[in-house]
Design a protein around this ligand. Structure first.
Ligand SMILES: [Zn+2]
Ligand SMILES: [Zn+2]
Length: 265
């Protein structure tokens, strides 16, 4: 098993550790490669790396790239929010495209509706969109728009809308109507971009399953799509959280599992 992770946060955004601490943990975990993916700055919610932090992040990761040469391949990436500006071509080794907010329909009190920041803002987003079904539809429409309009290497945490929905608290994830909305977007794009299998919701205790959920893995397998297993780690102690387990499960299920080296090499 070639271990690696392409979804890594650091102190430069909302992570807890330095890039060096993350690289040391990755090397100790036996990684062949590690990709850093700090959050892009998003004016809509004010989240992500501002110019000074971004410059320092890029310089430090490029320096680590040199220092780890021959021991572990390091890549400079960006987790590009769907509402962030597109960076100049070639500035990063790769991009993860992610949706963290949706635009509420006109006339609502809030225009930017967070998907994953807290239970409270999630509930406000449902209200601002006029109900949970509208919020779900707006989320997957934004995901679809992102993949239709920008070229990214990896599609991030596809069904993040399920983050706070443990035990179907807000909607029934097994309902045919819900599955149809998600499946339609996944099928439309799964042969054009690598979808990640993301264990971040599991390591933080929100979910007992990855993004996307296992039923969507079957669609990815049936489409012959490529997937990458990522931890979306925010701290050195979760750099390889459930990575081996998910990789084995995906391979056993017949998914085409790739690494950053495959995508970029
Ligand atoms: Zn994200
Ligand atoms: Zn992330």
């Amino acid at each position: 098993m070639r271990l690696g992770n392409a979804h890594t946060h650091t102190l430069y955004c909302d992570g807890k550790d330095t890039p060096r601490a993350m690289a040391e943990a990755a090397l100790a975990a036996g990684f062949a490669s590690l990709g850093f993916s700090g959050h892009s700055y998003c004016a809509a919610d004010g989240f992500g790396m501002q110019p000074a932090a971004l410059a320092a992040y890029k310089a430090e990761v490029r320096e680590l790239q040199r220092q780890y040469h021959g021991r572990m391949r390091i890549y400079l990436g960006l987790e590009l929010d769907s509402m962030s500006e597109l960076p100049p071509a070639g500035e990063y080794d790769y991009l993860i495209g992610s949706v963290h907010n949706v635009q509420a329909p006109d006339g609502s009190v809030r225009t930017v509706c967070p998907v994953d920041s807290s239970v409270e803002t999630f509930e406000e987003s449902i209200a601002a969109c006029g109900g949970v079904e509208q919020f779900i539809r707006a989320y997957y429409a934004e995901y679809d728009r992102m993949l239709c309009t920008r070229r990214v290497d990896i599609a991030g945490h596809f069904d993040l809308i399920c983050k706070f929905n443990a035990a179907n608290r807000y909607f029934d994830e097994q309902a045919a109507e819900y599955k149809e909305i998600a499946a339609t977007v996944l099928r439309r794009h799964c042969n054009n971009v690598v979808f990640e299998i993301n264990t971040g919701g599991m390591s933080k205790g929100w979910r007992d399953r990855p993004y996307p959920d296992y039923w969507l893995w079957e669609l990815l397998r049936d489409a012959g799509a490529r997937v990458i297993i990522n931890t979306d780690t925010h701290a050195a102690d979760t750099v390889d959280y459930a990575l081996r387990e998910m990789t084995e499960r995906a391979v056993d299920m017949g998914l085409r599992v790739v690494t950053l080296d495959d995508i970029l090499g």
